[in-house]
Write a protein that binds this ligand. Sequence first.
Ligand code: PNS
Length: 162
Amino acid sequence: MKAAIYPGSFDPVTFGHLDIIKRASKMFDVLTVSVLNNTQKSPLFSVEERVKILKEATKDIPNVKIDSFSGLLIDYAKSKNIHIAVRGLRAITDFENELQIAQTNRKLSHDELDTLFLNTSLEYAYLSSSSVKEIASFNGDIYPCVPDFVAKMVYEKYGFQK
Ligand code: PNS
């Protein structure tokens, strides 16, 4: 069975992430989208909220599973017996950082975890969870960036009703 993990913060999931999820789900029998529980960041949504949002946003893709993890990705992947991580690349700036992480993961895992990069569709290349949060915090329009129910949840966090 071909399986892969798509790890990330997903705070919140954007159309860019969902584009990667849809395309990667066609390449594998099972795609596990896993939310990093990063204690060093102060996220807008809790891990539980992000898992719930991802479940709702991917409910029409049967071979996508949603999970969460803490610690190193290589340890999590080993515990699931998965050998491929999927990551999206928007631009050359992503590539530098992602290449370093991918090389580190490969080295640390003794070649057990490889990374598959998918280029983000051009229409979403400008999108990031950080910009979605910044725009929403100033009551700007995030409906083009995230599913409607996610936009409403983000606005609520900043005290706006839309
Ligand atoms: O959505 P993000 O924040 O860009 O995702 C980054 C993520 C979760 C893929 C990355 O930070 C990660 O895998 N963190 C887990 C810790 C780890 O394994 N670090 C080693 C790589 S240097």
